[in-house]
Design a protein around this ligand. Structure first.
Ligand code: 5GP
Length: 114
């Protein structure tokens, strides 16, 4: 897999506003926020799309969700509510081929999404 923009952020070749990091996961502010808080939560392991998640990645993917909830509490909108989104491939609107969870909070969300 070619290094993506997000691999370069993990490797600090491209700067980002990092809000959380541990051994497995990195979270940083989206450059084009769609809500008052818009954080991208990514595994350090490069996985191109949701379709490429294997059985051995299940704990890692769980960590993305766990991190989203932890950050929502930290940012103070966990009780009001928030949205997590993972886009897959062209029709899903995926533009960076390293899986990522969008955490959007700080405003009321609309449904259905576009
Ligand atoms: P996708 O469309 O793949 O679900 O989400 C990719 C996200 O990456 C978009 O929301 C986009 O704004 C964000 N993004 C693209 N380039 C950069 C960048 O250089 N830095 C940061 N922090 N976010 C980026």
């Amino acid at each position: 897999m070619e290094p993506t923009l997000f691999s370069k952020i993990i490797d600090r070749e491209i700067s980002a506003d990092i809000v959380y990091e541990d051994e497995h996961v990195l979270a940083f502010n989206d450059i084009n926020p769609q809500a008052p808080t818009h954080v991208l939560i990514i595994p350090k392991k490069p996985i191109a799309t949701l379709n490429d998640i294997g059985e051995s990645d299940l704990a890692l993917v769980g960590r993305l969700t766990y991190t989203a909830a932890k950050l929502a509490k930290q940012f103070g909108f966990a009780e009001d509510g928030y949205r997590v989104v993972m886009n897959c491939n062209e029709h899903g609107g995926q533009s960076v081929y390293h899986i990522h969870m969008h955490l959007l909070g700080g405003r009321r969300m609309q449904w259905p999404p576009g």
